[in-house]
Design a protein around this ligand. Structure first.
Ligand SMILES: [Fe+2]
Length: 191
């Protein structure tokens, strides 16, 4: 392979746009397929002809992405514990966050997940999102969220991270959402 011409070699790693997609190992691809389509609402967009692998997209303004997430089957993965907590789980993936398009869509999803009997593992109002945590069949956390308006946290990323309010996961209270969002000031100037 030819060396890149010096003129295009940057002096540092350029910042990427973000994460394009994620591929997760799953114990049973049919079980995880049902979770990602029937529970989370993703659409299967392709299947590998060579590997035990399937590809999924969310709704990006009425169009599919090439894929947001793919499942790769590995039957040797250990069965996860029944319980879930944010920290100390013996699985590599802490959680994957799924954005609903609006607060209304998120509230409907909560009601619908409750109706389907999906356990609410945690509900947390963060400074930048309101979030419900559930778990996939492999013991990976899945955060179902809606984003708060950007003006709520502005440029204060640390301030938004520092705020977290735990909410009930059982009963009618678990389906209620408060829009009295705390606002964060500007980040403290660097010393
Ligand atoms: Fe998260």
């Amino acid at each position: 392979m030819a060396d890149a011409p010096n003129s295009i070699v940057p002096t540092e790693a350029e910042m990427p746009v973000g994460i394009n997609h994620l591929v997760i190992n799953v114990r049973d691809i049919e079980e995880s397929h049902r979770f990602w389509t029937e529970v989370l609402g993703f659409r299967e967009v392709a299947r590998s002809k060579r590997n035990p692998m399937r590809f999924y997209s969310g709704n990006h303004g009425g169009r599919m992405n090439h894929h947001d997430i793919a499942l790769a089957e590995n039957p040797n993965l250990p069965k996860p514990p029944e319980d879930w907590k944010m920290f100390g789980m013996p699985v590599a993936i802490n959680h994957i966050a799924i954005a609903m398009p609006s607060r209304e869509a998120w509230l409907k999803r909560l009601a619908w997940l409750r109706e389907k009997g999906v356990p609410f593992r945690a509900r947390i109002n963060h400074g930048m999102t309101h979030s419900l945590y559930i778990t996939d069949p492999n013991g990976y956390g899945v955060e179902v969220l809606y984003e708060l308006p950007r003006e709520v946290w502005g440029e204060n990323i640390q301030g938004a991270i520092d705020f977290a309010e735990r909410l009930p996961t059982e009963g009618d209270e678990a389906l209620v959402d408060d829009t009295n969002y705390p606002h964060f000031g500007q980040p403290a100037a660097a010393e």
